[in-house]
Design a protein around this ligand. Structure first.
Ligand code: GLN
Length: 396
């Protein structure tokens, strides 16, 4: 089968998978993983490693990921490289077919892992053409479908893609959050994973206590907080001010998460405003950054194509306004804080060197700061671990 390009071409021989965009474009390929169909926003991710971490990052709820790196699946799947206990991305679009894994840590192949978790894959796609399509036209809504028998109702799939309302205005954080409060160190994972050791512990009464509000958090954030010296309790996205304070936090963490930050209106921002009044140190990542910005009166906006990759350069600007350093960061966001809407008590601390968009802030009258990128990496570089040390170091 020739590699499919975005087109209205009739179904090629042997096609078992298809992507149908809301525009009517049809891209044929070969399905893997689960059969069925899923509708969401089609984005692209440029990381060369970490497909399992990316698929399990809850921030990707509602999204279908096109991997620009052509060989996805060649290290299989294992029970450690996960950022949540199940995948949250709806599906993946890849260039090459998934081959048998070649890695000593693999316990199953990606195809079986995707099937087990009811996630759809599409291979044999010209991912460069699709990425250029997204870069030029923005991230479209679309349906990904897999049928071993090769039976597809294109009209129904197109209708599904068109009927999907899109991520703007969509509140997804509370649907992927934890349902109950739990202590991170008492789960099977603690600090960062090490070959031969697995995950380290995080218990200890002498450690400063971080209460994390889970809007769809990645596990590696909690592992890094533990590694920096904290113990972590996790609360649902809808936790009230009283529920947070009942745990006697030394510091508060606002997690990453999916969907439109402005659509979390009634539960996140009002609580964050109350938490800021306590003057307890507060740290936010990605959705947590956007929610902190909203809480101080700034605005967020939907980006044209978003930032998703593991090598995004960010400029860090010191409080003196002159000292500048560059961090290479991991990014995964489709919304951004509008710099011009930041109030006088919020200082922009980080700027994306790809497009100049806001990538971090700190309040000048409260011990609160946040970044748009993912300092916990997984996947990605670890340049930004200092943020965990800075936050945990500020807790008493
Ligand atoms: N990784 C995240 O927390 C993403 C935040 C938000 N959902 C966005 O797309 O911008």
């Amino acid at each position: 089968m020739a590699d499919a390009k975005p087109s209205h071409a009739p179904k090629p021989e042997g096609a078992t998978g298809v992507l149908v965009l809301a525009s009517g474009e049809v891209v044929w390929g070969r399905g893997f993983g689960a059969e069925g169909q899923a509708v969401g926003e089609v984005c692209f991710h440029t990381a060369m490693t970490g497909y399992q971490e990316i698929m399990t990052d809850p921030s990707f709820a509602g999204q279908i990921i096109t991997f620009t790196f052509p060989h996805i699946g060649n290290v299989g799947a294992n029970p450690d490289d996960i950022e949540a206990y199940a995948p949250h991305a709806l599906g993946m679009i890849v260039r090459e077919d998934v081959t048998a894994p070649s890695n000593f840590r693999a316990v199953e192949n990606l195809d079986g892992w995707m099937r087990r978790h009811a996630r759809i894959g599409l291979s044999g796609i010209d991912t460069r053409a699709l990425t250029r399509r997204i870069r030029a036209g923005g991230a479209p809504n679309g349906v990904i479908a897999h049928s071993v028998a090769g039976e597809f109702d294109l009209d129904a799939l197109l209708e599904m893609a068109r009927a999907w309302p899109g991520l703007e205005g969509m509140d997804l954080a509370k649907s992927v959050s934890t349902e109950t409060h739990y202590a991170w160190g008492q789960t099977r994972e603690g600090g960062p994973w090490r070959l031969g050791f697995g995950y380290g512990g995080g218990e200890g009464d002498e450690r400063p206590h971080v209460v994390a509000i889970d809007y769809g958090s990645k596990h590696n954030i909690f592992r890094n907080l533990v590694h920096a010296g904290a113990k972590v309790s996790v609360l649902p996205a809808t936790a009230t001010f009283d529920e947070v304070m009942a745990l006697q936090p030394n510091g508060i963490f606002l997690s990453n998460g999916p969907g439109d930050p402005a659509a979390t209106g009634e539960y996140a921002v009002p609580v964050i405003r109350q938490l800021l009044e306590t003057n307890k140190p507060l740290f936010g990542i990605c959705l947590g950054h956007q929610l902190l910005a909203l809480a101080v009166g700034a605005r967020t906006t939907k980006m044209f194509q978003g930032h998703r990759g593991a090598n995004h350069p960010v400029k860090r600007v010191g409080a003196d306004g002159a000292t500048e350093q560059v961090e290479i960061t991991s990014m995964n966001h489709g919304f951004a804080v509008e710099r011009d809407s930041l109030p006088a008590n919020a200082r922009e601390t980080h700027v994306s060197l790809f497009d100049g968009s806001n990538a971090g802030l700190e309040l000048t009258d409260r011990p609160a700061f946040s970044v748009q990128y993912h300092p916990e990496a997984s996947p990605g570089p670890q340049d930004s671990f200092y943020l965990f040390e800075r936050f945990v170091g500020s807790l008493r």
